[in-house]
Design a protein around this ligand. Structure first.
Ligand code: AMO
Length: 438
């Protein structure tokens, strides 16, 4: 077996370097975040996954080897340092490590093409081109720590409520959310598609587990290049048997409240790095019907006909009037996918909803059609061929309960929690029409 010779030890990580350790010897590894040279003294900001600490090197106190390593040091080099912790009121966090030993474990090619310290501002495209460097910036790493908390809180919430976690296929035979945004894939000798959502499978699985959830990647061939659309996004989906729109809206708002509480509890430091303040939310969230929103828009001088979709402009107007989380319910049936249940008393209106945050749609859902013949009728009305949905339709012959559910765009929720305005910021390696790399 070949091993890279271990020439270092690690007793602490950067965030553990506190004034309480005054006088103690510590051994650290990490990346050179920044170097400041004051002539006889050099300050190295050492960054590891936990944070950043200051290493202070007095040239007069170093051996020849240490000195030459110090002179050679460049940003993003991976280094090993040891030294004595010293309280230093002038240092970041009131403490520094006085360097005794320094070793370069991996040299970074200089100059680094991108400023990790953030002193040189960069546009989103440059940032994404150098994403792995961009992610080393403390505030960008903070986003994904918040995401980790949010994902854990989501799982915890569903498991407590008796949901079963499912993983549905990502290579599928038919569109579920409209044919235009489909990615075809060569599947042996035929064409398959990347899944746009787990819709049909999650509905089917309610006949087995009753309450299911999935957190997974889904794909949309989005032509529109906006700050809230990407080609690959993470969706949190649920589906519940013996439930209607109101039951699942209730689950959704309680989930959002739970996630916010968890982030407030666990990520104070990250939120402060991100300059984001979060407050617990009051439930129930406000609910408006599509019809009420049409009226609001009309009052704002925006005349829409019943059945028109709300576009960016309409959502912006509504967002200004409702600068918070709110539901819009009962959209026109014809604007919704084939699986959404029309209202019994007025089939032009559907048992559907969107969850909004200001102008941003976070989730959509509704009661589903559970009757096979109605579903076939709706497929045809939307110009779809029931033949292509044969295996899905057959499930409706073997005991299909009334059911409802929703899909929540996890990345969009992350935008709100971390106060980022471009969805690409909250995705490690975002994909859109113009970006397939890195
Ligand atoms: P819908 O198509 O509204 O509904 O998608 C649900 C949520 O997913 C997010 N989302 C996206 N996020 C980023 N980029 C995209 N291209 C993108 N497309 C969608 C949004 C959206 O609200 N099957 C239904 C849900 C259901 O009824 O259960 C569905 O997919 O936040």
């Amino acid at each position: 077996m070949f091993l890279v010779k271990k020439t270092w030890i690690r007793t602490h990580v950067a965030r553990q370097i506190k004034p309480e350790l005054n006088g103690q010897e510590v051994h650290l590894v990490g990346w050179v975040h920044e170097i400041r040279d004051l002539g006889g003294i050099k300050f190295i900001l050492l960054r590891d996954a936990s944070g950043i600490c200051q290493i202070t090197a007095k040239k007069s106190e170093l051996s020849k080897d240490e000195l030459s390593a110090l002179e050679e040091l460049g940003n993003e080099d991976v280094v090993y340092v040891s030294g004595i912790v010293s309280e230093e009121p002038k240092a970041r966090l009131g403490v520094e490590v006085r360097l005794k030993k320094l070793g370069i474990l991996s040299k970074a090619r200089q100059p680094i093409p991108y400023d990790v310290t953030g002193k040189v501002p960069a546009g989103i495209d440059t940032r994404l081109n150098y994403r792995i460097l961009d992610l080393r910036k403390p505030e960008n790493r903070a986003i994904f720590r918040v995401a980790t908390t949010a994902l854990e809180a989501i799982r915890e919430f569903f498991l407590k409520e008796g949901f079963v976690e499912i993983r549905t296929p990502k290579i599928i035979a038919t569109a579920t959310e409209g044919g235009a945004a489909l990615f075809p894939v060569q599947y042996f000798d035929r064409t398959a598609y990347l899944a746009q959502s787990p819709q049909l499978y999650k509905e089917q699985l309610t006949t087995v587990f009753e309450k299911v959830f999935e957190i997974g990647p889904f794909f949309r061939a989005e032509e529109s290049h906006t700050r809230r659309h990407v080609s690959e996004f993470t969706s949190v989906d649920i589906e519940m048997a013996f439930a209607d729109i109101y039951d699942v809206m209730n689950v959704l708002e309680r989930l959002i409240a739970h996630v916010i509480d968890a982030v407030i509890k666990n990520n104070a430091e990250e939120l402060s790095l991100l300059n984001a303040t979060l407050k617990p939310i009051q439930l129930p969230l406000k609910r408006f019907t599509y019809k009420e929103m049409l009226e609001e828009l009309r009052k704002e001088g925006r005349e829409l006909k019943w059945g028109d979709d709300f576009g960016t402009e309409e959502n912006r107007i509504l967002g200004k009037k409702h600068p918070y989380y709110y539901f819009i319910t009962h959209f026109p049936t014809k604007t919704k996918p084939f699986y959404i249940q029309p209202c019994e008393e007025d089939p032009e209106v559907s048992e559907s909803f969107d969850l909004m945050y200001q102008w941003l749609e976070l989730a959509s859902g509704g009661t589903r059609i559970s009757d096979r013949s109605l579903l076939e009728k709706r497929l045809k009305e939307q110009g779809l061929n029931p033949e292509n949905f044969k295996s899905h339709l057959s499930v409706f012959d073997y005991g299909m309960p009334v059911h409802a559910g929703w899909g929540l765009g996890f990345d969009r929720l992350m935008m709100v929690l971390t106060r980022r305005t471009n969805i690409r910021e909250v995705i490690l390696f975002p994909r859109d029409k113009f970006r397939l790399e890195p």
